[in-house]
Design a protein. Structure first.
Length: 256
């Protein structure tokens, strides 16, 4: 099976190499180029990555935003930013390029893994590519739904109320659910749960945090509710998932 190719456009070689090591251990193919490299756009087109991670800490004409705007216009490769600044000015600058993710330096290894998984998952459901939807909807519908998706992704660890999401679009609740479902292919509730479970899977696999704490931290009402949803989506219980992942990790270590 061909590996997913990730391009890291970095400002710091050592940090880029750390990201390369972390992601290659997850089974990805990772290529590094620097933001100041010549023919940057041509290199992106030649490499043809499935995901681009852009370090936004280089200033000047050819900076992270320059690459983000290019990728937004091309609209064929998902991308996310990495930055040592998370202030409102920085966020206002980058949000116009509509990235799929944003990480603050220094980042935790688990956050990098989870962000990459979520970005690839979201983009694999191409209906989320709202700017090119074939559905006959009014012109501002994709932008309203994109706003909702961004809100969900930014608040995924919280309890998210469907009524509040509907208010973001200024539509009535039932109309919002119908439009969201017709474009994304699943209901807002299903979208939230799937994304929460993806984060839960990463935490269960990569940490020793008690599973009931993970459920609580992700805004589930109780552990029973979390376990039921996890099993419905993953076809196994959270406990069995952790055991299987740990066993596989041990087998891989013994093979090496």
């Amino acid at each position: 099976m061909e590996k997913i190719k990730i391009l890291v456009i970095g400002s710091e070689i050592h940090l880029s190499q750390d990201m390369q090591r972390i992601l290659e251990n997850e089974g990805y193919e990772v290529i590094i180029i620097l933001l100041l490299a010549d023919n940057l756009i041509q290199q992106i087109e030649s490499i043809k990555p499935q995901l681009v991670i852009i370090d936004n800490d280089i200033k000047g004409a050819k900076n992270g935003l320059f690459i983000g705007k290019y990728l937004l216009n091309e609209d064929s490769i998902p991308f996310m930013y990495l930055s040592s600044h998370g202030d409102s000015v920085t966020l206002e600058q980058i949000k116009i390029t509509r990235p799929y993710g944003f990480l603050i330096k220094p980042f935790r290894e688990i956050d990098l893994k989870a962000s990459v998984k979520l970005t690839l998952y979201n983009y694999s459901h191409k209906n989320i590519d709202l700017l090119k939807t074939d559905k006959k909807v009014i012109e501002d519908v994709p932008f309203r739904i994109r706003h909702v998706i961004n809100y969900i992704n930014e608040n995924i660890n919280e309890k998210i109320d469907i009524d509040e999401l509907a208010k973001l679009t200024k539509w009535k609740k039932h109309h919002f659910i119908r439009i969201f479902s017709s474009i994304i292919g699943i209901t807002p509730y299903q979208y939230i749960l799937i994304n929460k479970i993806e984060i839960a899977k990463a935490l269960i696999e990569e940490t020793n945090q008690p599973i009931n704490e993970i459920a609580f931290d992700l805004g589930f009402v109780n552990y029973s509710n979390f376990g039921h949803i996890f099993k419905k989506i993953c076809f196994t219980s959270p406990e069995n998932y952790r055991k299987t992942k740990k066993l596989n990790a041990q087998l891989n270590q013994s093979d090496n």
